[in-house]
Design a protein around this ligand. Structure first.
Ligand code: CNA
Length: 287
C-alpha cells in the first residue's frame, strides 16, 4: 500500500536559531539576499510606506495626481519638478553610513555564502558597506550616476546635486535635454541583464533571505517565487507582508517570518551563527 509521506521543511523550526543552524549546514552554500527600503531606515533614509515617516506620506505638498506619479517616467518627462524635489530631500541623506544589516549582508559574502544581493534600494549603501560589483544587483538603479535622456551623456551625482540643491532642473551641457539620475522609474522596466541574472540566481540558491521589504513593487517582489520548491524563504521585516504565494503561518511550510527591525534580526542571527565578533569587526573597520 502506498503511503504518502509529506516532506518536512529544510529548516526544522520557524525560529532564528534554526535558520542559523541551516545556514551553517552543508545543505546551505548559496544564499540570495533581497532587500528593500526597510534596511536603510535606521540610517535615516525614510521608506515609502511607513505611515508617518514614509516618503509617500510627505508628498501631499507636491500636488501630484497620485503619489507614485513622482516616480513615473512619463510624468517625469512632463513635470520633473516633484521628482527633483524628492532628490533634494534624498541627496543629503545619501551621505549616511550603512546599517548593521548592510554589514551583515557583506559578512555573508565574506563567509563565502552570498550568491548575490538584490536590492530595490537606490541609496548605494550596500556598496559603501563594501559589497563588490559582482555580488550586487541594484535592481532599481542608483542615484550615484545620471544620464541625458536624449544624447545619453553621463553625469556624476556631484554634478546633478549642484543643480538640484539650488532648485534648478539639471539639463545636459551637450544637447540641453533633461538629465535623469539612473534610478529606474515606473514605466521604464527592469534591465534585461538584471532579469536574466535573477532567474538563474534565484533558481539555484539554497536560502532566500528577504530584508526590510513590503514586497509590493513588481517585478522584483515576484522573483521570490522563482526559488526551488523546498528552498527556505526567510523574511525579516518590521511589519507583516501580504504576498501571494507565501505561507508564513503554515507550520509545515518553508516560509519563515521574523517581525522587527532588520538590524535587530540580523544581529540576533549573527549571534546564533557565532559571527558576532566578525560583524563588530567589519563595522568597526568601515568607520
Ligand atoms: P517599502 O514598500 O517602503 O517597504 C519598506 C518595508 O520595510 C515596510 O514593510 C516596513 O515595515 C519595513 N521597514 C521599515 N523600517 C524597517 C526596519 N528598520 N527594519 C525592518 N523593516 C523595516 O519599500 P520596498 O523596498 O519594499 O519597496 C521598494 C521600493 C522602495 C523601491 O522602488 C525602492 O527604490 C524604494 N525606496 C528606496 C529607498 C532607499 O533607497 N533607501 C527609500 C525609499 C524607497
Amino acid at each position: 500500500m502506498w503511503c504518502w509521506k509529506k516532506k518536512s521543511p529544510l529548516i526544522s523550526e520557524k525560529s532564528l536559531p534554526s535558520v542559523a543552524e541551516y545556514i551553517l549546514s552543508e545543505q546551505c552554500t548559496k544564499i540570495v539576499t533581497m532587500a528593500g527600503a526597510g534596511i536603510s531606515t535606521a540610517a535615516g533614509i525614510p521608506d515609502f510606506r511607513s505611515p508617518s515617516s514614509g516618503l509617500y506620506a510627505q508628498l501631499a505638498a507636491l500636488r501630484l495626481p497620485y503619489p507614485e506619479a513622482v516616480f513615473d517616467f512619463d510624468y517625469f518627462t512632463q513635470n520633473p519638478v516633484p521628482f527633483f524635489r524628492i532628490c533634494k530631500e534624498m541627496y543629503p541623506k545619501l551621505k549616511v553610513k550603512p546599517t548593521l544589516t548592510h554589514y551583515f549582508i557583506k559578512l555573508l559574502d565574506d563567509k563565502g555564502l552570498l550568491l548575490r544581493h538584490y536590492t530595490q534600494n537606490i541609496d548605494g549603501l550596500e556598496r559603501k558597506a563594501g559589497l563588490c560589483e559582482d555580488k550586487l544587483i541594484q535592481a532599481h538603479g542608483t542615484y550615484e550616476t545620471g544620464h541625458c535622456l536624449k544624447c545619453n551623456k553621463g553625469y556624476s551625482l556631484k554634478w546633478m546635486e549642484t543643480y538640484v540643491m539650488s532648485d534648478t532642473i539639471p539639463m545636459c551641457i551637450a544637447c540641453g535635454a533633461l538629465v535623469k539620475p539612473d534610478i529606474i522609474l515606473f514605466g521604464e522596466g527592469i534591465p534585461q541583464r538584471v532579469v536574466s541574472k535573477c532567474r538563474s540566481d534565484f533558481r539555484s540558491c539554497d536560502l532566500l533571505l528577504i530584508l526590510g521589504s513590503s514586497l509590493t513593487v513588481e517585478p522584483i517582489a515576484s522573483f521570490a517565487g522563482l526559488v526551488k520548491k523546498k528552498c527556505p524563504r526567510v523574511l525579516i521585516n518590521r511589519t507583516p507582508v501580504q504576498k501571494r504565494g507565501f505561507r508564513f503561518q503554515n507550520s509545515d511550510s518553508r516560509d519563515i517570518a521574523w517581525y522587527g527591525n532588520s538590524d535587530e534580526g540580523c544581529s540576533t542571527l549573527a549571534l546564533y551563527l557565532g559571527w558576532e565578533k566578525d560583524l563588530v569587526k567589519l563595522m568597526g573597520n568601515k568607520k
